[in-house]
Design a protein around this ligand. Structure first.
Ligand SMILES: [Zn+2]
Ligand SMILES: [Zn+2]
Length: 1023
């Protein structure tokens, strides 16, 4: 095609779709060998698609079924004939052979392997229903002759048809088998390559997938199944053809599914007067429910009972959602403070959007409207509201809308200080991009607070991840063995920079500074027109500063909840601190210690503590927010469930109302059970799904592609080889685009004007491994085994240094001008799945299916954020699970969430109890008993005296802890016994005058967990 004939009006999305299709062709061609006539290496050691081993080889392998999966000797198609037999149809076979020529006589001695012309043989097949073996061995002679004709005499293949029956209905399994000998005297390689099987002339009907209760939503028809291959339907449904990979395209969602016009949900409109557009939104939702759900139930007499019951329950839940949004709307109409907080929140979010977008998606506002009521009704805390996102799309902004509304509402109603929300993310390392978005929104809220003169402390952010990321505290003089830095430690203060830019003015000129007077590690903006009037930005990154200042929103990792069993100052995250230091700028004080005699956490402070400036009940956080709820499973979930109960207990014991819990999850399977186990609360999901899969009032698939998934079942070579070769081909392809854009654009059917942008958006590949081992192996072999030169590969894993992550993200977002200097490959682990949001990552090679479908969904959502993504899923085909997924890959992608395994989780585990007991007991000592005692309970003798004086013994403590954990049923006897036993040891040690123990945290059988991950994740926990 001549470039000049391409139109000038092709959109970039259309160009990207064409370009990814072209990239995919390049990879498939390299995998099969199409168009290659000569090779220097044996074809069997390089091609991974389209090849067939010999039947003899597979039969004689001692790997059994696995051998057949690792390198099959057959491909096939399973069909359901429309009519009863006998059947007659045509099977067309294509295949190619490779021969090794003599180096001495070969015209190209460096490449002695020669690909022969392909054979293309139509075979007529007849199958008699009474004598099913009649179809076996068809075409053997024709194929043998065809191979001989192209110069591969000795090779053979045949068509075998098996007649099977499923529930009395016939099914035909039509296969092409390589019947060549494993070894041949003349032929060095008896594999077949570039094999294709095509079936025409047979009327068929689709298979029906099993009916599950929720299947009323799904199209359960599958036209045909492939055996070791994918299957395409030929045009006009005239037949079927095998494909070497299985390609499935998903469509970018649209966020409005109503005939009515989309209400004006711009930040500006909602800040001005939220009621009219929100009213229109709720009315459109109610109309959708009337039109889509209500008639549905009467329209399907063929549904079985479980399906009908499920549909009725889902319809009711969708109706409840309509009611809840109406309630939120009424609250905005009737409560001036809530309405003002909501309006101002829109201004704050407008600031953080910074002009990149100016409005909400309807479902984001829907979630806010449905959740708002907790601001005025404490009873709402008994329900966990989970926002569910199948494919990203604004989750963080939705949280932020709620957090900012709550923070502003808190300021309006007298909570002038303290933590409004504690947000926890389940990974060790929080994404800096995610953190920046929080900082941006809170800066917006703070600007609004100042303008409106709302009383209280600046709205601020605390970054609470602990060692590994930021320091626990800054000490006066660091010791070689200590982890805490002093002001002059290496890397101080720059290495602790968290913000990528100033949240107030967006200047990238943010510098770190250590302020000795206030003993603070600060971010300072040096931008020219920054609206923030103070030197230090309202962001706290040192744990002890989080305790001292109690920032409005604390953003941290899940693990940090463990600190509640180790650190007296954690009290500030569940209730009131002890006092406020009279020295300005020192912040809140806690129970005094030897090193902090006044309770002030600033080294050497001798000032006295003043009373709290706010009623103590208001220090309790208003919200706890849990991101990626689905990751709280197995032992981590079990341990966390105990700590969640502990947090609830401490908050209540310190006089605060319960926190409302908001969560997000990528999966719905077993949601309510999971929430009950974790939080001892009811669960509610937003948005409710509509009556058709992938569609609801809030979303429906649009026409632009979102991601193209390609399932690859590598044959005969290692997964690493396929990964290296795929990345190599992808990199060679974009390098050709860089060097010769005109030719490549013509080949790919892309308008030349898009070349440079395509190079930027498709020039960086992600290789994803579920394990660190896979990621490191991929990086190593990439640099040694690829033919494209100068591949710049970086790693993003949980082990990657904080500073490196920041630098890599910056390079990805602002790529070098010269392509050769850019990052070309990012080798990543699950760390990538959480909050890394880079529009330039659009091509991914996945090394085997991740262990959970949730991880698959999350991870692949990292590519194709803005433009079409391309995802290669290399199956570890020797594993039964990967093989099973390959067989129904299309359903796996399109039915997504149905394949998500229910979350395995329980809180009723004695093994977990033994891990969590020390932290529970210590947290009660530190946060509740010690402040109540009026003195210090830091020594065993002081604690012993206090327990005796207060009349506290093992029996009552055991009852209290069992109640905290909800172990109050008849089935919980063993758990209660475990608690009694544990406390029995603790009290015996407490009362033992000969004990050599020094500190109270040594009284139990073990010490408090330092991280909720101290438990081995691989050990399953059962009831
Ligand atoms: Zn600034
Ligand atoms: Zn002080």
């Amino acid at each position: 095609m001549d470039v000049s004939t391409s139109t000038g009006t092709q959109s970039f999305t259309a160009a990207a779709e064409a370009f990814t299709a072209w990239l995919d062709r390049q990879v498939t061609i390299a995998g099969r060998g199409d168009g290659t006539d000569r090779l220097g290496v044996a074809p069997a050691s390089t091609f991974w698609l389209g090849r067939l081993a010999t039947e003899e080889e597979v039969m004689s392998s001692d790997l059994g079924q696995r051998a057949e999966r690792l390198e099959p000797c057959a491909i096939g198609i399973r069909l359901r004939p429309e009519e009863p037999g006998p059947w007659a149809f045509t099977v067309r076979v294509q295949a190619r052979a490779w021969v090794l020529e003599d180096k001495n006589t070969c015209p190209d001695p460096d490449r002695p392997w020669r690909g022969l012309p392909a054979v293309d043989v139509p075979v007529s097949v007849a199958v008699d229903a009474d004598r099913p073996c009649a179809g076996a061995g068809a075409g053997a002679l024709e194929l043998q002759q065809a191979f001989a004709d192209v110069g591969a005499a000795g090779l053979g293949a045949e068509i075998r048809v098996e007649l099977e029956s499923w529930e009395g209905e016939p099914e035909l399994v039509i296969q092409l088998i390589n019947t060549s000998p494993a070894k041949h005297s003349q032929l060095q390689d008896t594999h077949l390559y570039e094999t294709v099987l095509e079936v025409t002339g047979l009327a068929t009907r689709p298979f029906r997938l099993d009916a599950l209760p929720d299947s009323f939503r799904f199209d359960r028809n599958v036209p045909a199944y492939g055996i070791n291959v994918g299957v395409d339907q030929l045009p006009g449904a005239s037949g079927f053809r095998t494909t070497d990979t299985v390609g499935v395209t998903t469509r970018r969602p649209e966020y409005w599914n109503s005939e009515r016009p989309v209400p004006d949900l711009t930040f500006a409109a909602l800040a001005r007067d939220p009621l009219p557009p929100l009213q229109a939104l709720v009315e459109a939702l109610a109309e959708y429910h009337r039109q889509q759900w209500e008639p549905l139930l009467g329209a399907h007499p063929e549904w079985d009972e479980p399906m009908r019951r499920e549909a009725e329950a889902e319809s009711r839940a969708a109706g409840d959602e309509v009611d809840r949004l109406r309630k939120g709307l009424r609250l905005l109409q009737s409560d001036a403070e809530v309405r003002r907080a909501f309006q101002l929140m829109n201004e704050a979010i407008n600031h953080s959007a910074g002009g990149r977008y100016d409005s909400w998606r309807p479902f984001q506002v829907g979630f806010l409207l449905g959740a708002l009521n907790f601001l005025v009704d404490p009873a709402e805390a008994s329900v966990v509201d989970t926002v569910w996102f199948a494919t990203g799309g604004g989750k963080t902004e939705t949280y932020l809308g709620l957090l900012v509304t709550a923070a502003l509402h808190d300021r309006m109603t007298g909570k002038t200080s303290g933590v409004t929300a504690w947000s926890r993310f389940p990974l060790r390392l929080l994404s800096l991009q995610q953190t920046q978005r929080f900082a941006d929104a809170l800066a917006g809220a703070e600007l609004v607070r100042r303008r409106e003169r709302l009383k209280g402390a600046p709205i601020s952010l605390g970054f609470f991840v602990g060692s590994g990321g930021t320091p626990n505290k800054i000490v006066k003089t660091a010791t070689p063995e200590g982890r805490d830095p002093d002001p002059d430690s290496p890397g101080m203060p720059d290495r602790y920079q968290v913000l990528l830019r100033c949240p107030f003015c967006r200047s990238a000129d943010v510098r770190m500074h250590f302020d000795r007077r206030w003993w603070r590690l600060t971010h300072q903006c040096h931008g020219n027109d920054c609206p923030w009037p103070e030197a230090a930005l309202p962001v706290y990154v040192v744990d002890s500063e989080v305790y001292r200042y109690l920032p409005t929103v604390v953003l941290g990792t899940l693990d940090k909840a463990a600190s509640v069993g180790m650190q007296a100052a954690m009290r500030g995250l569940v209730g009131p601190p002890v006092g406020l230091c009279s020295e300005g700028g020192h912040g809140y004080t806690y129970t005094p210690r030897k090193a902090t005699p006044s309770g002030c956490l600033v080294p050497d402070c001798t000032a006295t503590a003043r009373p709290l400036p706010m009623p103590s009940a208001r220090y309790a956080p208003t919200l706890r927010l849990q991101d990626e709820l689905h990751l709280l499973r197995d032992s981590l979930g079990a341990v966390d469930s105990h700590y969640e109960s502990l947090l609830d207990h401490l908050q209540s014991a310190l006089g605060g109302p319960p926190a409302k819990i908001i969560a997000s999850s990528a999966t719905l399977s077993g949601h309510d059970h999971q929430v009950d186990v974790l939080y001892q609360r009811d669960g509610r999901v937003f948005p409710q799904q509509g009556p058709t899969a992938g569609e609801s009032f809030w979303t429906r698939p649009g026409s632009p592609p979102l991601r193209h998934f390609v399932a690859v079942a590598p044959r005969g070579v290692t997964l690493d080889h396929v990964s290296d070769r795929s990345l190599d081909v992808l990199q060679l392809a974009v390098r050709r685009l860089a060097e010769d854009p005109a030719t490549v654009c013509a080949e790919a059917n892309v308008d030349l004007v898009h070349a440079e942008k395509l190079l930027s958006y498709y020039g960086t590949d992600v290789v994803y491994g579920s394990t660190l081992y896979d990621v490191e192996a991929a990086t190593r072999s990439l640099t040694s085994n690829t033919s494209s030169k100068g591949i710049e590969a970086v790693q993003l894993t949980g082990q990657t240094d904080f500073e490196d992550v920041r630098a890599i993200l910056q390079r990805l977002e602002r790529p070098e001008i010269d392509f050769s200097e850019r990052i070309h490959v990012v080798a990543a682990s699950s760390m990538l799945s959480h909050g890394v949001d880079v529009a330039r990552l659009n091509v991914m090679v996945m090394l085997g299916l991740p262990l959970s479908t949730a991880e698959f969904i999350q991870t692949t959502a990292r590519v194709g954020r803005t433009f079409p993504g391309l995802v290669y899923v290399l199956h570890k085909i020797g594993r039964e699970r990967d093989a099973a997924t390959f067989r129904h890959f299309a359903q796996y992608i399109t039915h997504g969430d149905r394949f998500v395994e229910a979350i395995p989780i329980t809180r009723r585990s004695r093994r977990v109890l033994r891990l969590t007991m020390p932290g529970i007991v210590e947290a009660r000592r530190l946060a509740v008993m010690e402040p109540a005692s009026g003195g210090r309970l830091t020594t065993i003798s002081a604690l012993r005296k206090h327990m005796h004086d207060a009349g506290l013994g093992a029996a009552d403590q055991a009852r209290a802890i069992a109640a905290i954990l909800g172990f109050d049923g008849p089935v919980d006897d063993l758990l209660r016994e475990e608690i009694r036993k544990w406390l029995g040891v603790w009290f015996a040690n407490l009362d033992d005058p000969a004990s050599t123990r020094t500190w109270p945290n040594q009284l139990g059988a073990s010490q408090p967990m330092t991280s909720l991950r101290d438990v081995e994740a691989s050990v399953p926990i059962h009831d």
